[in-house]
Ligand binder design. Structure first.
Ligand code: SF4
Ligand code: SF4
Length: 153
């Protein structure tokens, strides 16, 4: 699927299928859309890091599924149990980021991903024209995002 991004000067740039990494702006869309697959070994590692008994972890945060790794992370409200949203900053965070599963570490934020573009669209209420400074907090993040957006020409 092709998409177009309107730049500050009014020009439009096509976003290709190629996954060009961008700085994640923590909209959380990907983590609400997908439930990461996890292996038994990863489940044991996360449970150990969180100091949660393995039986409790399986009962509350894991669902058995017929896929390669055999399990996904999912709580009773159907979400990834480790996603937290800060209502004030409207940013999401992974509470197990340092030891998140491989499926999550392999995910690359990109304007080629429909989830990242949806995340951008959901922020549009902030201003009619969404600027990098509406999304990121630091100058370094803005510069990194701008350079990757240009690379997607
Ligand atoms: S474990 Fe973290 S990165 Fe992975 S889906 Fe859940 S919140 Fe997102
Ligand atoms: S959808 Fe993209 S920008 Fe939003 S949290 Fe996921 S990777 Fe980051």
């Amino acid at each position: 699927m092709k998409a177009y991004i309107r730049m500050q000067d009014g020009s439009e740039r096509k976003v290709g299928d190629e996954i060009v990494p961008i700085e994640c702006f923590r909209c959380g869309t990907c983590c609400t859309r997908f439930r990461p697959e996890v292996s038994k070994r990863e489940i044991e590692r996360i449970a150990r890091k969180l100091r949660i008994p393995i039986e409790t972890f399986f009962a509350e945060y894991v669902r058995r599924v017929p896929i390669k790794e055999g399990y996904i992370l999912q709580s009773s409200d159907d979400k990834c149990p480790f996603l937290r949203r800060d209502e004030e900053s409207v940013k999401s965070a992974c509470t197990i980021y340092a030891f998140r599963p491989k499926a999550c570490r392999d995910w690359v934020p990109s304007l080629s991903r429909v989830e990242c573009r949806e995340g951008l669209s959901s922020l549009k209420g902030v201003s009619e024209l969404l600027l990098p400074q509406d999304i990121f907090d630091s100058v370094e993040q803005i510069e990194r995002f701008s350079s990757t957006a240009r690379a997607d020409e």
